[in-house]
Design a protein around this ligand. Structure first.
Ligand SMILES: Nc1ncnc2c1ncn2[C@@H]1O[C@H](COP(=O)(O)OP(=O)(O)OP(=O)(O)O)[C@@H](O)[C@H]1O
Ligand SMILES: [Mg+2]
Length: 397
């Protein structure tokens, strides 16, 4: 089933008198993968919980299939929630249930499937996340990374149309994180679901999403196509996406303005932005990601509104993907096998488990206002934008 659009407008959330974020406006394009970044404590988890109606923002709207989740009835909210697969930051497994029962839970709760159908689905998802053989273990008996993967399997059992992952990679070793990133792209190719992933992993942010957003200082600093943020010289965005110590973001979120300005001058002297990394492709043998063509059309329509460095990066990556498409067999990155499996399937292998999407029609083009830019205060006084030092050079192979 094709993913659905999620339209968020003017969303504001506070707990008592403590405002978490205000006036957040963004559209998650149907079937695309988006990543949400931001320093710790900026309200990323609160945002995900608001999207599924677990928390009620006091202002604004979240529209899915013409329903505003902020205002709809409890019954309608219950129905809409079935569209979601969610991995909470802490895994949120039931401590007294073994992994099998934890993963089977949404199927028993929300479907009328027989136990034998449930067994097949659970086995397939556990295999997918590399937990085959661990069915009887209790959450307390396994590692944090395994709990995370069990949460991931549980998020997928209902074949959701909208997938929210809150730091799926925290607590995973780098190899498993690489597998997980590939799994996200592969799942997207197989399901055409709409993804929103919160991560602190820079490599994930650089190589997985179609779109990136960033929360900072109680606002959505920016949301748009990956190339816009990856080539942005906005001090906050550039510092975060390049994992620099120098910049406006400090350990306690904001630094002294004079110190930040000194550091930014240092960065200017050191280097510009590094070239942007190519986005991961779906593993050979899987269907092409349908989001790619839709996104190309969408980005072309908004091209004239984008900064020159982003335009250049988009043209370059399109030219490179055109060249790649002409090559007979696409090679995959080393280690880019489905998560938990040692080898990628051969190119002619049947697609696993998750049902293929049968040629869904192209979605309605999303109007260009999907690029959100609310520049945070700029303590360095440097103008955002400006030349980039050479975007993406090669495909990920
Ligand atoms: N239920 C709640 N009641 C009151 N305050 C809350 C609640 N949930 C979250 N907060 C507060 O909201 C703020 C944002 O929390 P959130 O967990 O969304 O941050 P985050 O961006 O996900 O951080 P991290 O990257 O560390 O996970 C924090 O100050 C937190 O204390
Ligand atoms: Mg969080």
């Amino acid at each position: 089933m094709p993913g659905v659009e999620v339209r968020v407008e003017g969303l504001t959330k506070s707990f008592g008198r403590a405002n978490i974020w205000s006036d957040v406006t963004l559209t998650l394009p149907p079937g695309e993968v988006s990543v949400l970044l931001g320093p710790s404590g900026t309200g990323k988890s609160v945002f995900l919980k608001s999207l599924i109606g677990l928390l009620k923002p006091e202002k604004g709207s979240i529209v899915i299939h013409d329903t505003d989740l902020v205002r709809c009835s409890e019954n309608r909210l219950y129905e809409i929630r079935k569209l979601f697969g969610v991995l909470f930051q802490d895994g949120a497994l039931f401590g007294s249930m073994n992994l099998y029962d934890n993963i089977a839970f949404p199927l028993r709760e929300h479907t009328k499937k027989s136990e034998s159908e449930i067994r097949d689905i659970v086995a397939e998802k556990m295999d997918m996340v590399g937990l085959k053989g661990d069915e009887k273990k209790l959450p307390g008996e396994i590692s944090g990374g395994m709990r995370k993967r069990a949460g991931l399997a549980r998020a997928l059992v209902l074949d959701p149309e909208i997938i929210l992952f809150d730091e799926p990679d925290s607590g995973l070793d780098p190899v498993r994180t690489a597998y997980l990133n590939q799994l996200i792209i592969d799942l997207n190719a197989q399901t055409d679901a709409t993804f929103l992933i919160v991560t602190h992993d820079i490599n994930t942010a650089q190589t997985v999403p179609d779109n990136i957003g960033m929360l900072y200082r109680k606002h959505l600093a920016m949301f748009g196509p990956r190339e816009v943020l990856l080539t942005s010289e906005d001090p906050v965005v550039a510092q975060f996406l390049n994992g620099r110590r120098q910049g406006p973001i400090g350990m306690s979120e904001e630094k002294d303005t004079a110190q930040a300005a000194r550091e930014m001058a240092e960065v200017d002297e050191l280097s510009g932005l590094p070239p942007i990394k190519p986005q991961l492709d779906a593993t050979a043998g899987l269907p092409e990601r349908k989001a790619v063509a839709r996104r190309q059309k969408r980005v072309a329509e908004m091209m004239h509104t984008l900064p020159p460095a982003a335009q250049e990066a988009i043209r370059r990556s399109q030219a490179e993907s055109g060249q790649a498409a002409q090559q007979p067999a696409r090679q995959q990155a080393a280690g880019a096998a489905p998560y938990g499996r040692p080898d990628a399937p051969p190119a002619d292998a049947p697609t696993q488990s998750i049902p293929r999407v049968q040629d869904a029609p192209l979605g309605q083009p999303t109007p260009p206002q999907n690029l959100q830019h609310n520049p945070p205060q700029n303590p360095t006084g440097r103008a955002p934008g400006g030349p980039s030092s050479g975007p993406g050079r090669h495909r990920f192979r």
